[in-house]
Design a protein around this ligand. Structure first.
Ligand SMILES: [Zn+2]
Length: 571
């Protein structure tokens, strides 16, 4: 079958299998859920406008991701009315939220259409541009004195296009002027009906930031956003730069980096946009706040704490809000379910200027994503791969506690200049650092009486079994999973855990604590080095895919895996 002239790469039966047996649902809240019913009338109205905004940003993200996304989606929607084959293909498209993407299992990306491949610079850059041409062109433009244009080209908020044999940058507020105006309009309407003053205020700033080509407005919007702790509604315009794989390659060219640095140009990968809408859950939020109160204490306990400036701590205080949210919409970047879906997010990321201007962070946890985690195979995995005396400790709720430690971990450690300097390794190292802050600092929460020593065991057992027992090699360098692989190899070699003759897991809990601390020290050394070469050596050293990992992933795959995710939205 052809869609808009492009043949679907999979047979009708193959597509059907992907969207039935291999797809799981994340069911968001609807108008019957308690979270929604308890809202004031005005907030209910506001929520609907915010969901409208979410729908519009999805088209923006599709355009950023691939130039063929929007046309192929439209053609699929037409074909789907008559053909179940096309209808199923549309479900697969919506799951990836694009024409192609990794499913987290297969080595090669899933490409829905024959001849339509992903691009290294996505659609942020000219699609035929590789890193060599980008570097040559940037140098040529600097030779010609076009410093301001280069600055724009290497900023997080521009689409880059050819301009003769040079390049030009188009600010998002211009490239997406129509969509941003519509979104700003929805936000203004939501602000009119919402009941909370801080929330109204934030929406106003966010709407302005979408209308003006002015980074100052983003800073103000981010600052207001990060301060909201007690609002009823949650709205986030997410800006994260994990998708652009071209800009980070510049960091391997030291000569060019030095040249840019002299001109005070700091290349930042392009932001992919997304919107999240929901209702803040009080009970879940209260649990998060218990962990939050420990953070300044933890900052002082970080390895090499005297060698870099802490983001949080005595003189800076703790500018961090945290909420647990019942989710009503996840769109754009949030809905690019390419091998996974985000459990929680702590923004703004370190590359965003609001942090340097005194702004704080806001950490949002996704209840519906957390509760949709697969548990059907857990018993089988424990029986086959885990020593019986550890079974009692496995509990999904402790994965949530680990995630809290991970998110808080992003707020600790060396600042963004150390992170971005690691080039293509920056995300692996940063995610790995956040994991290790969580693992190494957990005993401190025991000391503070927030969790018990038995619960700490549950956290470690669940961490290893859920995260380190991987379902496949992370072939696409996916940051979180590469981090898992490093941790598995390091902690196993350290003797924190091992396997008996029956290939069942055993844990030395004391060594889990000291080994986690030791690995956290190593990872901070990598960040402090600012050396992509050192980061590469570290990653290469600890990402071997051994026999036991193959055995584990074979077993997990034999149980059946659902790598595709469908987000069910009701508003
Ligand atoms: Zn993270």
């Amino acid at each position: 079958m052809k869609i808009n002239g492009f043949k679907i790469n999979y047979s009708a039966a193959e597509i059907k299998k992907k969207v039935t047996e291999q797809m799981r649902q994340v069911v968001l809240i609807d108008s019957n859920s308690e979270a929604y019913k308890n809202l004031a009338q005005g907030d209910k109205k506001a929520l609907q406008y915010l969901v409208n905004a979410a729908r519009i940003i999805n088209d923006v993200a599709l355009e950023m991701d691939h130039p063929m996304n929007l046309v192929q989606k439209q053609a699929l929607e037409v074909a789907a009315e008559k053909s179940p084959y096309a209808a199923n293909t549309l479900r697969l498209f919506n799951s990836l939220n694009g024409v192609a993407g990794s499913n987290g299992i297969d080595k090669e990306p899933v490409e829905i259409f024959e001849g339509i491949h992903q691009f290294v610079g996505r659609n942020f850059y000219p699609t035929d541009m590789d890193s060599t041409e980008l570097r040559t062109t940037i140098n040529k433009m600097l030779d010609a004195g076009k410093v301001d244009e280069v600055r724009k080209i290497l900023s997080a908020r521009t689409m880059v296009r050819r301009d003769g044999d040079l390049l030009k940058a188009i600010d998002y507020t211009e490239y997406f002027a129509d969509e941003f105006a519509e979104i700003a309009n929805e936000l203004e309407c939501a602000a009119h009906f919402a009941t909370d003053e801080l929330f109204k205020d934030y929406l106003g700033w966010q709407a302005q930031a979408l209308l003006q080509n002015n980074e100052e407005m983003d800073i103000l919007a981010d600052k207001h956003w990060a301060e909201m702790q007690n609002t009823q509604l949650e709205f986030t315009l997410s800006r994260e730069n994990y998708d652009d794989h071209l800009t980070p390659q510049l960091f391997s060219d030291q000569e060019l980096c030095a040249r840019l640095s002299e001109l005070n140009i700091n290349p930042v990968p392009k932001d992919m946009l997304g919107i999240r809408v929901g209702v803040v859950n009080k009970e879940g939020t209260d649990l998060l706040l218990k962990f939050k109160h420990e953070m300044t204490k933890l900052a002082a306990l970080m390895p090499y704490a005297d060698k870099y400036e802490q983001n949080v701590g005595a003189e800076k205080g703790l500018k961090q809000t945290m909420v647990d949210v019942d989710i009503a919409a996840l769109s754009g970047d949030y809905a690019l379910c390419r091998g996974g879906i985000t459990l929680a997010q702590n923004l703004p990321n370190n590359d965003k200027p609001s942090l340097a201007h005194g702004g704080g962070r806001r950490n949002v946890y996704h209840r519906q994503v957390r509760h949709s985690a697969e548990s059907e195979n857990t018993q089988k995995i424990l029986q086959k791969l885990v020593s019986p005396e550890l079974h009692q400790y496995y509990d999904n709720e402790y994965d949530h506690i680990f995630t809290i430690g991970h998110e808080n971990g992003h707020s600790l450690g060396p600042d963004s200049s150390y992170q971005t300097a690691l080039g293509i390794y920056q995300h692996i190292i940063e995610e790995h650092k956040a994991d290790m802050v969580s693992a190494a600092m957990m005993p401190e929460y025991v000391k503070a009486g927030i969790i018990t020593a038995e619960e700490l065991k549950s956290i470690y057992v669940t961490w290893i079994v859920k995260r380190h027992f991987m379902k496949a090699y992370p072939s696409d360098m996916e940051a979180h999973r590469m981090a898992d692989l490093i941790e598995y190899n390091y902690l196993r070699e350290y003797g924190a855990f091992g396997f008996d003759a029956d290939k069942k897991l055993h844990i030395d809990f004391a060594k889990m604590q000291s080994g986690s601390r030791s690995l956290l020290e190593k990872i901070i050394e990598v960040q402090l080095s600012k050396s992509p070469e050192f980061a590469k050596q570290f990653v290469d050293r600890w990402t071997e895919w051994g026999e036991m990992l193959q055995y584990i992933s074979d077993f997990k795959q034999s149980l059946g895996i659902r790598p595709y995710i469908e987000i069910k939205t009701y508003f």
